[in-house]
Design a protein around this ligand. Structure first.
Ligand code: URA
Length: 220
């Protein structure tokens, strides 16, 4: 547990090793993506550790036994924030093939640093919001503005904060404090809390623009 309430930093040697790879400006897009994917497994291990289980009876080839499975009535929603959040969704789908994927499209106004929505695949109303577990995915939690907008959307559909998680690779203290002040019960799972934001809202030392590095659109 870090100094922030409900912020969990994955302190694992494989995380540090792969963070080193993605922070390096000389890492190409192919290697960048594969290193993020390796970190993603570790992030999801933590982000899903409190999913609720139910007991069922089955028969192995040898005998009857009681086993655990994920509670049937719970719906897991994976919500990648486009475009960088897509890097997490393949692995999320792979380990939770039963999850629903609901994309959120936002880009950042470079002057005001506020998010501009352009796509929202979330239904107007949720049936049984008490049974939804939402994992919002965005590699960079910088100013916290997009995170807050995305969380606000699910909270407005009556999903409890404790059932909303935000998964990021790198977070800035400024953004974490802002999100936690508004949504103290939302769990944030991250691989690193970096030093600060620069004047353009980029995380320092960070890794630059995650979307550009993932999709190989960095201006040369
Ligand atoms: N988004 C990014 O891609 N990188 C940052 O450092 C901050 C926001």
């Amino acid at each position: 547990m870090s100094e922030y309430k409900n912020v969990f930093v994955i302190n694992h040697p494989l995380c540090s090793h792969n963070l080193r790879i993605i922070r390096d400006k000389n890492t190409n897009a192919e290697v960048f993506r594969s290193a993020i994917k390796r970190i993603t497994y570790l992030l999801f291990y933590k982000a899903t550790e409190d999913l609720e289980l139910e007991t069922v009876n089955i028969e192995t080839p040898l005998e009857k036994c009681e086993v655990k499975q994920l509670k049937k009535e719970k719906e897991i929603i994976i919500a990648p924030i486009l475009r960088a959040g897509l890097i997490f969704s393949d692995i999320a789908n792979e380990i939770m093939p039963f999850a629903t994927v609901r994309h959120i499209g936002m880009y950042r106004d470079e002057e005001t640093l506020t998010p501009i929505w352009y796509y929202n695949k979330i239904p107007v109303e949720f049936d049984n919001p008490e049974n939804k577990i939402v994992l919002i995915l965005d590699p960079m939690l910088a100013t916290g503005n997009s995170a807050i907008d995305a969380i606000k959307l699910f909270a407005s559909k009556n999903v409890a904060q404790k059932n909303i998680k935000f998964v990021s690779l790198i977070s800035a203290p400024e953004g974490l404090k802002k999100v936690q002040a508004l949504y103290p019960d939302v769990k944030i799972i991250t691989a690193s809390i970096d030093n600060c934001l620069n004047e353009y809202g980029y995380i320092r030392p960070g890794l630059g623009d995650a979307g550009d590095r993932i999709f190989n659109t960095v201006e040369k």
